[in-house]
Ligand binder design. Sequence first.
Ligand SMILES: [Zn+2]
Length: 202
Amino acid sequence: MVQLIPSQEAVMQILTRTGAFREGHFIYPNGKHSPHYFQMPLAFRYYDTARVLAVALSRMFRLEKDISSQLPKVSVISPSSGGIPVAFGVRDALNAEQIYWAEQELGERQFRQYVNQGEVNPCIIVDDIIRSGHAIEETVKLVKQLGARIIGCGAIVRFDSAPSEVEGVPIKSLVEFDVKMYQEGDECVDCKHGAAPEHVRY
Ligand SMILES: [Zn+2]
């Protein structure tokens, strides 16, 4: 049998192997420099990898009595397109009844599905990566407006600068990443060494 929940090191190996995690000299759209870059959809392009990651995250949820006792009457919710494969994988592993996802529309986060008050089961919010936590917080607001309760939240990777809980629910992750972001110039070690930067999206 494989290990029930893979170690942080094992997950980082998967992310590195698939190109979802790279080290180098990156400039983000907000102008910040960083020696690391995550592009999580690259890990989710492989079905086997996607499955391993989603099943591992689902096991962290199943350990929670508040979640396991309510299955299958649970919703798995993604704040954005990046979390959709995670949501489907977690839903599958938990045999949860519902799935929803949100999108940015006209500058506002909204559910892609038309959904009415009272239709949403108790929720687990999942994403591929939590950087600032803004997407999660906006999704929490949407869920509460619909009168649903949040019973779980998690991602494959959580930056350690992001919140560690929402609505009193701890955010679970397979990797807690020690994030490094710098302003250009002296603060960025790679700039100081003259390494050529790569501009990245997202
Ligand atoms: Zn730099």
